[in-house]
Design a protein. Sequence first.
Length: 265
Amino acid sequence: MSVKGYMIDVQGTLIDDREKKPIGDAVRVIRNLHERGVPYVLVTNNTKRESADFQAYLRDQGFLFDEVQYLDPLMVLDRVVPPSPVAAYGSPLFLEVLEKRGYRLDFERPKAVLVAIREDFTNDDYARMIELVLGGAKLVGMHETSIYAKNGRRYPGVGAILKMVSFATGKPYEVVGKPSRAFYAEALKRLRRQDPSITYGETLMISDDLVGDLMEARALGMETVLVLSGKISSLEEVAEIVEKGADATAEDITAWFETRRKGAA
């Protein structure tokens, strides 16, 4: 496949999950793409900061990108759940962001149960989610991350929680961010603002989340690269499923681009 553009994950791919600092020479990799005029979009499942704030943080770390080269779930949330009463589950920062955007927290009669990442969910939280969904609230995930990594530990991601509640209730769920097709379609639009002719088949997706990012990207026709700098620390952990989502693997994003450069030389 001739790659014309890139969708690039952020957490675990460009910045580490512990210190939130650049991984290897990730800053140089993105700068190189930018200076060469190669189309790319940073596709992150950020929900803890307002989109503009997180963009500013990444730029402070040295990453170079324009407004069109960034996308997170908060930027498309109102297309799935317009401002309304919601039973929202996630970090305090996420709840603050929602309230600033006009959403009202309601754990009695919400229009939707909105799930983001948090490391300390309890069985009581899950029980309340189930009750609300059975009562008619729409089940929505801010993304469908498979694993949440923090402080050297791995927790069930939003995708795992959505599947549990869906299985318990028999109700479907929707996803705002990755790997929803609507989210990837918006990312493709942003690539096409840089190169109007680009297609999924000419796009390469790089991420540390095999299940939560890459499998759907491949289903859409993208080439996929799994980096081992985040949620997955070794291929042995995913040996039985890696071929379902990854066309290639690399230690980190720097190593993959270096390998590709040498192969093209």
